[in-house]
Design a protein around this ligand. Structure first.
Ligand code: AP5
Length: 218
């Protein structure tokens, strides 16, 4: 299954993509996680991306397209993948089509996570991540057993710098201007499926599984 998870910041794409990876073994290609890892490692990519991420702006298309194209060459994605956070512009979507066509692969579904703005703001304001592997928690809905410590790997939890209210507002504006046009792009290709992402995590996961199976016949 070759999937894209599309939707506004904080809609729960990363949470569901991680579950799908853990339970179904489908690799998660999360461009935000890749950029944060590069930034933590102090690589040239991380340093270049940091100023865009901090400001709530998109990292230039050419950088992101190169990053994802390289990742898709890796063997673990050959049986399927979930793209989480990519594409975010029409240029990225067109480049992805070309990359996949060049590998004789195609997309099966584009899942749009629909959530109200009130829910998004609440989720983003309460989010915490673990330092080591980016496991996701929330002060409103998913607290760790020990405050400030990841249940899975014991690393400390932190709040993302781009989850500050003023940056969240900018990210949502950027989403509306640059990413929302992708809904029509994928509708026109017959790949679009809407997921109501307002409920609890397990209920959403069940609906997600129903949406992605059986595979689209071509
Ligand atoms: P990225 O990390 O991709 O951020 P995003 O798209 O803004 O997505 P989020 O991680 O904020 O939200 P999510 O939908 O994954 O929600 P989550 O599951 O965490 O990108 C960061 C930055 O990198 C961008 O701003 C940009 O600068 C750059 N970038 C990345 N990709 C790029 C690209 N392709 N092109 C250019 N630039 C790029 O959930 C949120 C919270 O809600 C969590 O606390 C979670 O526990 C909680 N939650 C989740 N589901 C539920 C639920 N059902 N009920 C209650 N709480 C829930």
């Amino acid at each position: 299954m070759n999937l894209i998870f599309l939707g506004p910041n904080g809609a729960g794409k990363g949470t569901q993509a991680r579950l799908l990876h853990q339970r179904e073994g489908i690799p998660q290609i999360a461009t935000g996680d890749m950029l944060r890892a590069a930034s933590a490692a102090g690589t040239p990519l991380g340093r270049e991306a940091e100023r865009y991420v901090r400001a709530g702006e998109l990292v230039p298309d050419a950088v992101m397209i190169g990053l994802v194209a390289d990742r898709l060459q890796q063997e673990d994605t050959s049986a399927g993948f979930v793209l989480d956070g990519f594409p975010r512009t029409i240029a990225q979507a067109e480049a992805l089509e070309a990359v996949l066509a060049g590998m004789n692969r195609h997309l099966d579904r584009v899942i749009y996570f629909e959530v109200s703005e009130t829910t998004l703001i609440k989720r983003l304001s309460g989010r915490m991540l673990c330092r080591a592997q980016g496991h996701i928690y929330n002060v409103h809905s998913n607290l760790p057993k020990t405050p400030g410590v990841c249940d899975v790997d014991g690393s400390p939890l932190y709040t993302r710098e781009d989850d500050r209210p003023e940056t969240v507002r900018r990210r949502l504006q950027v989403y509306r201007e640059q990413t929302e046009p992708l809904l029509a792009f994928y509708r026109a290709r017959g790949l679009y499926a809407m997921l109501n992402a307002e409920g609890d995590v397990e209920a959403i996961y069940r609906v997600l599984l129903a949406l992605i199976a059986p595979p689209v016949c071509r």
